[in-house]
Design a protein around this ligand. Structure first.
Ligand code: PLP
Length: 417
């Protein structure tokens, strides 16, 4: 027997060489500096130059080809802010993809609006522009394209649709730090873009997030909403809007500034190794990378998606393939496991005692999420996607080991079938 699952020697007995997060004395020094300064929160906006959070906002906005950045506690909060600042209110419909992390949709509910789920493209796993167009109604106010896994959604078609129907675009770039569409960083191609700095993300402070935008009015509203309704420069207890406290601490700001100095090089290494893996995968019948698109000039990675075709592997199910890979030392998953509307919050319509905002007289329409069907997303999660976390991509050797393990499974299928 050759396969490790049958008692053979694993391709990589200790697993892949993975280290995340990556830090050294630089981060230690930055954190201690904040500690000893006694200034642990960002303070008023006018002090931005002296605040670590303010410095980070400026640097990340510049990196994102955006004019403004508002750092917040996490990527979910960033989405809520962007929706609120964009004027999304009770009963408005917001189009979201079926394949993403659930926060893309729950943030919509948290601002009393209605998420409308649409299907993804089979070859890219990103929101389908055709599906967006068919979901538009007179209640649609916004679209949240997600750059799922770091692969940019088709921003050409999405911006065209937005223009035609006067819709707000919030790019959920929580997983796409460094990704580029036609040479421009994702995030501020639409009206606003949001990022997450949660622990697993390509730029992290454990938790954290940011909204970026080129629009001064939207950025100013995002600032006010994250600062309990106070606009820049407002007197201390003058609150003009009803907002949250979503402010980032100086510890996070300092950590992000240090981590940020590592991001461009890490993105470059992941990108090169990702392209290398795609080339090798596409030579093996039955596995392939997402479609190559020349408009994607740089791809940041959070998830590396492999498309698995069970037929080409003699009928070996995708789940058995993942299990076999794992025992060879390659840890893989099914990403977010299912289209997000399959979660019980939507299937069971768990929206509290009144059912608002979805089962709310104010909305004036009836939605039953248990009836939603996005066939491509359902098939992808059911039997196709094999997902690898981004961390292996920092070492080219890992790519060779993954390919070796896949080939080994293919060559020894008779042990499994
Ligand atoms: C696509 C997407 N949107 C939103 C979020 C929410 O970010 P956070 O976990 O920082 O709240 C995440 C994070 O996992 C995500 O992957």
């Amino acid at each position: 027997m050759n396969l490790a699952i049958k008692g053979g020697k694993p391709v990589t007995p200790g697993g892949l060489k993975i280290q995340w997060p990556i830090f050294d004395e630089k981060e230690e020094k930055a954190l201690l500096e904040v500690l000893h300064s006694g200034k642990w929160w960002r303070g008023a906006y006018k002090e931005q130059g002296g605040s670590k959070v303010g410095q980070f906002e400026k640097a990340f906005a510049e990196f994102s080809d955006a004019k403004y950045g508002i750092a917040v506690v996490n990527g979910t909060a960033a989405l809520e802010l962007a929706l609120k600042a964009g004027g999304i209110e009770a009963g408005d419909e917001v189009i979201v993809p079926a394949a993403t992390f659930i926060a893309t949709a729950t943030a919509v509910v948290m601002v009393n609006a209605i998420p409308i789920f649409v299907d993804i493209e089979p070859e890219t796993y990103q929101i389908s522009p055709e599906a967006i167009e068919s979901a538009i109604t007179n209640k649609t106010k916004a679209i949240i394209p997600v750059h799922y896994g770091g692969y940019p959604a088709d921003m050409d078609k999405i911006m065209e649709i937005a223009k035609k129907h006067h819709l707000l675009i919030i790019e959920d770039a929580a997983e796409a730090h460094g990704s580029e569409w036609r040479g421009r960083k994702v995030g501020a191609i639409g009206d606003m873009g949001t990022f997450s700095f949660q622990m697993g993300k390509p730029l992290t402070s454990g938790e954290g997030g940011i909204v970026v935008s080129d629009n001064e009015e939207l950025a100013s509203k995002c600032y006010a909403y994250h600062h309990i309704g106070r606009f820049h420069g407002a007197p201390t207890y003058e609150h003009a809007l009803c907002g949250w406290n979503y402010r980032m601490t100086e510890f996070q700001g300092a950590l992000l500034l240090s981590q940020f100095s590592r991001l461009p090089e890490q993105t470059e290494i992941r990108y090169k190794n990702g392209e290398y893996l795609a080339q090798l995968l596409n030579k093996i019948e039955g596995v392939s990378a997402l479609k190559k698109d020349s408009r994607i000039t740089k791809r940041g990675y959070y998830i590396y998606f492999i498309r698995y075709n069970e037929k080409e592997f003699g009928g070996l199910s995708r789940d058995k393939f993942i299990e076999t890979l794992k025992v060879e030392g390659i840890s893989a998953s099914t990403a977010h496991n299912q289209p997000i509307y399959k979660n019980s919050v939507f299937q069971e319509m768990n929206f509290g005692r009144t059912g608002c905002p979805i089962n709310c007289p104010f909305y004036g329409k009836k939605i039953d999420y248990s009836e939603v069907k996005c066939p491509v997303a359902e098939r992808v999660f059911e039997s196709e996607v094999v997902a690898l976390g981004k961390d292996f991509l920092l070492e080219r050797k890992n790519v060779d080991l993954i390919i070796e393990a896949i080939k080994k499974i293919k060559e020894n299928l008779k042990e499994l079938l």
